[in-house]
Design a binder for this molecule. Structure first.
Ligand SMILES: [Ca+2]
Ligand SMILES: [Ca+2]
Ligand SMILES: [Ca+2]
Ligand SMILES: [Ca+2]
Length: 304
């Protein structure tokens, strides 16, 4: 009996210390930038954390002649999956041990780590120009095809419970947000305005909402949020800039995203304009520029 009580006591202490670690964890935003002349992965402390006292502490994690972008944290914050040219790579959070997971004659995009840390979903374009959602084990083994369709599928995003994957598909015409079970079954369409293509789905940590990017008819791009069943659409940005790639803070209170302004001054927004990493409250208020430099900063992912 004494032994059992002691174990319960020790277990309690262990849980408490885990909670303490969790509270003290600063949270980091990993992103891509070409500030050093080539696409690389960088990390910075999230705003409003203890670590931010050191201000813009940006650390470069990769240094390769290939183009690195689309980074995504492992759920334990120990590793980062990313794209290097057209392959999926993984590395430790300090940039060490960079490893090619795919090594295959296909093009890969948008890797996303499953909440249990075991799998990575991504988009693949294999033979015959078919874009599909695939899943591999975190060690690169066991590639499985999930959403195969002759049309374009992209940008998988795991629900926080790991049971579903939101993704983008043009199977009904324009790119819309869909959701499927994690085994690829039961595909359901969530958005439905054929004039407005939607991209970049991101689940809130409580699984109740999905933020995403909408391309408006005038070329503007906005971050919208909706309930996970597709209802309750709200525009969070409503500004003349490109607002893209939302990523929720682990506490669900804020959203990091990329904003592109007319930095080359030609009066329009194109891919030659440079982006910044912004953060806002989950209701769209308090928008703040975190990078503020002439280089292109894109693809934020907010980690633990
Ligand atoms: Ca590079
Ligand atoms: Ca906008
Ligand atoms: Ca421009
Ligand atoms: Ca910039």
């Amino acid at each position: 009996m004494k032994k059992a009580l002691l174990s319960i006591f020790l277990l309690g202490c262990f849980s408490l210390s885990l909670v303490a670690c969790r509270l003290a964890a600063p949270g980091s935003i990993v992103f891509m930038s070409d500030r050093d002349g080539n696409g690389e992965i960088y990390v910075m402390p999230a705003p409003g954390t203890q670590a931010q006292a050191g201000a813009s502490q940006v650390t470069r994690l990769t240094n390769s002649p290939n183009w690195e972008d689309e980074p995504c944290w492992s759920p334990d914050g120990k590793r980062i999956v990313y794209r290097s040219t057209n392959e999926i790579f993984v590395m430790n959070a300090d940039g060490s041990w960079q490893t090619n997971l795919t090594n295959a004659p296909a093009d890969y995009w948008f890797p996303a780590w499953s909440p249990d840390g075991k799998h990575i979903a991504f988009c693949a374009k294999g033979d015959g120009e078919v874009y599909e959602i695939r899943v591999i084990n975190a060690d690169g083994s066991g590639m499985t095809r999930l959403a195969g369709d002759p049309t374009w599928q992209n940008h998988p995003a795991w629900s926080p419970d790991g049971k579903r994957i939101a993704f983008v598909s043009s199977r009904d015409g324009a790119p819309e947000i869909y959701v499927m079970n994690a085994d690829g079954s039961q595909v359901t369409r969530l958005t439905s305005d054929p004039l407005l293509p939607n991209f970049d789905p991101a689940w809130s940590p409580d699984g109740k909402s999905i933020a995403f990017c909408t391309y408006l008819e005038d070329g503007n791009r906005e971050i919208f949020v909706m309930n996970a069943d597709g209802s309750g659409l709200t525009n969070l940005t409503s500004d003349p800039y490109w607002d893209m790639s939302p990523s929720w803070s682990p506490d669900g209170r804020r959203i990091a995203y990329a904003r592109v302004e007319d930095t080359d001054g030609d009066g329009r927004l194109t891919n030659s304009d440079a982006g910044e990493i912004f953060v806002m409250n989950a209701d769209g208020s308090g928008q703040m520029n975190l990078t503020n430099n002439p280089a292109n900063d894109l693809d934020p992912c907010w980690g633990p």
